[in-house]
Design a protein around this ligand. Structure first.
Ligand SMILES: N[C@@H](CCC(=O)N[C@@H](CS)C(=O)NCC(=O)O)C(=O)O
Length: 220
């Protein structure tokens, strides 16, 4: 197996984190379609990362399908995709939401790369509104699931209960997708996070203490 990725892709990061949490060896190559003689367009007609090249030569995309495959390949370890059908749907819905936050931010970043006089301000606002609304939905869900702020963090700041996750009482793919989106927002639009989304930061921090997760953080 070989994952075609870029270090900044939140979708690739989601797959890499999922594999790391499942203790699945997932070799990666930084080879987007923009690299001269990249193999990516031959593997994926959409020429997007992440794309997973399997040992039998077949290619799997996109990130949501790759995650499903990784889950099949590593049935043991933490249950990041609940077996219970309704909880599973709930988790996939959060994955769709945080992927959608990234989709909107990618569009906004591309728009900002256009010459200033060609940029469409209303389009930019529409995308950034989706980013903010998506993060806010996650924040509100975590706050409503959290009990009393019973624990103090290392600097005396309140922290979510260790059992407060987006779905159920354990970490799932929903939280992994949250971390991927938070990392990407911090990379491309850090002002959105400044002083806000405390609960999202708590969940992110809980995963980032794991060296395998920290190692996937995008270069700032
Ligand atoms: N829905 C896709 C999104 C993948 C995506 O948009 N990847 C970006 C990088 S973050 C990409 O490869 N862009 C290059 C292109 O669109 O040509 C997934 O979840 O894998």
């Amino acid at each position: 197996m070989l994952l075609f990725m870029t270090p900044t892709s939140p979708y690739a990061r989601k797959c890499r984190m999922f594999a790391a949490l499942k203790r699945l060896d997932l070799p990666c190559v930084d080879e987007p379609a923009s690299v001269p003689s990249s193999r990516l367009p031959q593997l994926n007609p959409l020429a997007k990362v992440p794309t997973l090249l399997r040992d039998d030569g077949s290619a799997i995309f996109d990130s949501r399908v790759i995650v499903q495959l990784l889950d099949l390949l590593a049935p043991s370890g933490p249950e990041l995709l609940p077996r219970d059908p309704l909880r599973r749907i709930d988790v996939l819905r959060w994955e769709a939401l945080f992927d959608g936050v990234c989709d909107a931010l990618v569009l906004a970043v591309m728009e900002k790369r256009r010459a200033p006089d060609k940029q469409d301000e209303s389009w930019l606002l529409r995308q950034m509104t989706k980013v903010e609304a998506g993060l806010q939905a996650g924040e509100l869900a975590l706050m409503s699931r959290s009990g009393p702020l019973e624990r103090l963090g290392p600097h005396g700041t309140p922290s979510l209960s260790e059992r407060t996750w987006l779905v159920g009482a354990t970490m799932t793919l929903a939280d992994v997708a949250l971390v991927a989106a938070m990392g990407y927002v911090r990379l491309r639009a850090p002002e959105v996070l400044a002083g806000r989304f405390w609960a999202l930061h708590c969940v992110e921090a809980r995963l980032l203490v794991l060296p395998a997760i920290a190692a996937t953080a995008p270069p700032q």
